[in-house]
Design a protein around this ligand. Structure first.
Ligand code: WTA
Length: 637
């Protein structure tokens, strides 16, 4: 494949960017022309941010899997599409060519059909990082079913919440998953979730760990048995379902500042065009390169830059089942050398954690195949940036700092590797078609440079969130109501003298823990489920490795056990309700919480205390009981 729309110089970037702003429809229409359509669109864009209603490539008909698979078979059929590195380095790796991947997707698409899955049905995937996860994702897309992948670190309760919200009648899982030296009993977690979800008709279980599982008659079937059935059926083909541009492709749940996680909906055409465009340009992918994105497919980064972006571009994408620190902290570097990885895309939290192991794990590693490095998920501190640049990139690999969100579908602000300038801890410049705006609290645009504000986007790009599943009003209030006619990101941002953007972190009550989004309200609700808890308030605090840690102030009434046992019980409760990824880092028992006279918790004060800035609490005179602040300060962990 060649990429005629791959930008090659800073000058070209500037002119392309200008065109994308002056004539967005002309610009995106040209890009979309490079894809395979059953029927071309009638109109490129319809939009308003009031409802909001955004439609791209209106009237177009396509199937994203024909763009990710079928159209490559002629020229790339024997090229690796997916390289899979297992958790255990002793186990044999797997390589799937485009032809093999196509065959497997078609087979599993037939399995889905045999099991009653139809276009528009929601299918929930709860699997480890095995090639079959990518296969299942694509098989859903092939038949027009809406996939919803749930990360393996979520609890049964979280899964049940998502299944109910999506009304998903089909589940695909594994018996278990390997992660480092742990074995996670995925099917058993699903069984717990399904106690509350009687509407689930079918669970397809892939064998991975061969952990004993309970298979319920009439509901649960083995992946392998179902494949055998379609093999004996004869007709191996599964023509792709013709989809409308705006038909939903998937739902992905993410945390916001209020309530339960919301199901972000992305649609077929816009998402395809945008993830492909940003993949090709941000990483400057060259045919034959090996692209290694270390994210989990359970997050948006995995959807866009392990599966859809790379495969739609005919790239080779590396899927890694394990973790960076097992069997030792040299694992990433070993994988890079083993497959001669050219592009490495990971999270600052991983870099910081590996930094902590020093240079030992790098000994004997060449890393000479690397051309481009990337980061995503949270602000990268300068120290980590330099460590990454010097020790991994050896000073010769551009680092792309990609800022984006589940809701944006693809990268919105980032430098392009070797093409536009990089600046440590800056995402730098917007992608073509992206129009960032900084606004103050009153919604007034802040113009000029060397300014800070809340980051909004004033014009739609093709993979912008379309709705939150089952509750469009929630989409409107969350993203489109804070500032008129703008998409509000929830992030704070600084624009420097040269106009480069630096994301400074969330300005709402969303934490970013190891690059995972967690709502403080969600954690509070989970803590409050514990029988002994009267009330709680959760804030973030700076954490050396995780970026942010979870600090919980808890009013506790139970008398059972000592403080540490109570802490463990609370932690266990959170783990049950949300999942291990939301476990508190610190729990401080307090006699009260700082509240205004109207009963609102003043988180600003708690945040300062958690950050250790005790002297700097600002005005506390409006508090109902200012004395409580001194009590809390005394007990600070
Ligand atoms: C944060 C992940 C600074 C940000 C793709 C955003 C970043 C949230 C960066 C979205 C970056 C992501 N620099 N902050 N390069 N990338 N973030 O939905 O706060 O899991 O709002 O999407 O992560 O997280 P999400």
């Amino acid at each position: 494949m060649s990429y005629p729309y791959q930008i090659k110089s800073f000058e070209e970037y500037k002119s392309v960017y200008n065109k994308s702003v002056m004539d967005p429809e002309g610009f995106w229409g040209d890009i979309a022309g490079h894809f395979y359509w059953r029927k071309r669109w009638d109109k490129v864009l319809n939009w308003n941010f009031k409802d909001p209603k955004v439609e791209w490539f209106i009237g177009g008909r396509l199937n994203i899997t024909e763009n990710c698979l079928d159209r490559h078979l002629g020229s790339l059929g024997n090229k690796p599409a997916i390289i899979w590195e297992p958790n255990d380095p002793e186990e044999h790796h797997r390589i799937l060519t485009y032809r093999e991947l196509h065959t497997k997707v078609v087979q599993f698409a037939n399995v889905l059909k045999n099991n009653g899955v139809q276009k528009g049905d929601r299918v929930c995937l709860y699997m480890g990082m095995v090639p079959e996860l990518a296969i299942a994702v694509l098989a859903c897309a092939r038949i027009g079913a809406i996939h919803s992948v749930i990360f393996g670190g979520f609890s049964a309760q979280s899964i049940a919440d998502r299944l109910m919200d999506a009304q998903a009648e089909y589940v695909i899982t594994c018996d278990g998953a390997y992660r480092g030296n742990k074995e996670i009993p995925l099917k058993s977690v699903i069984d717990d979730a399904l106690v509350q979800c009687r509407f689930v008709k079918r669970v397809i279980v892939l064998t991975r760990t061969r952990t004993p599982v309970s298979m319920i008659k009439g509901r649960d079937v083995w992946w392998e048995d179902e494949i055998r059935k379609v093999e004996t059926m004869g007709n191996p083909d599964c023509p792709a379902e013709e989809m409308d541009s705006e038909d939903p492709l998937f739902i992905l749940y993410t945390s916001g500042s209020t309530g339960k996680p919301k199901g972000v909906v992305h649609t077929c055409a816009g998402y395809m065009v945008y993830t492909n465009y940003t993949f090709v340009n941000t990483f400057q992918y060259q045919p034959g390169d090996i692209h290694f994105c270390t994210a989990d497919i359970g997050w948006i980064t995995g959807h866009s830059y392990i599966v859809y972006g790379p495969l739609s571009a005919g790239a080779t994408t590396l899927l890694f089942e394990g973790i960076p620190t097992w069997p030792d902290a040299g694992r990433f570097w070993e994988v890079v050398d083993k497959y001669k990885v050219n592009v490495l895309y990971t999270a600052p939290t991983a870099i910081r954690s590996l930094m902590g192991f020093g240079l030992g794990p790098l000994q004997g590693k060449q890393l000479s195949s690397l051309k481009v490095l990337g980061t995503v998920g949270e602000p990268i501190n300068e120290e980590a940036w330099h460590w990454y640049n010097e020790n991994i990139g050896k000073g010769r690999c551009p680092i792309v700092d990609t800022w984006w969100q589940t809701e944006t579908g693809g990268v919105l602000i980032s430098n392009m590797a070797g093409v536009t300038p990089a600046k440590p801890s800056y995402a730098t410049l917007p992608m073509p078609g992206v129009q960032p705006v900084l606004v103050d609290e009153n919604g007034k645009e802040i113009t000029g440079n060397n300014v800070s504000g809340n980051l909004c986007i004033r014009f739609p790009w093709p993979s912008i969130i379309r709705t939150t599943y089952g509750d469009h009003e929630r989409c409107r209030t969350n993203y489109f109501s804070a500032y008129e006619n703008m998409y509000f990101t929830g992030d704070g941002c600084y624009r420097d003298e040269e106009g480069y953007y630096r994301i400074t972190g969330r300005v709402d009550d969303v934490l970013n823990v190891s690059g995972h989004r967690i709502g403080t309200a969600e954690v509070e609700n989970a803590i409050n489920m514990h029988a002994g808890v009267v009330e709680s308030a959760v804030v973030g605090y700076p954490h050396d490795i995780k970026g942010q840690g979870i600090y919980c102030f808890v009013i506790f009434q139970g008398s059972h056990g000592d403080e540490n046992l109570n802490r463990q019980d609370i932690t266990q409760t959170v783990s049950r309700i949300i999942g291990p990824i939301a476990k508190p880092d610190k729990i401080q028992f307090v006699p009260g919480l700082p509240k205004t006279r109207s009963g609102k918790i003043m988180r600003r004060i708690l945040r300062k205390i958690a950050e250790g800035e005790m002297e700097n609490l600002g005005d506390t005179s409006t508090l109902l009981d200012p004395a409580v602040v001194d009590e809390i300060k005394k007990g600070k962990l």
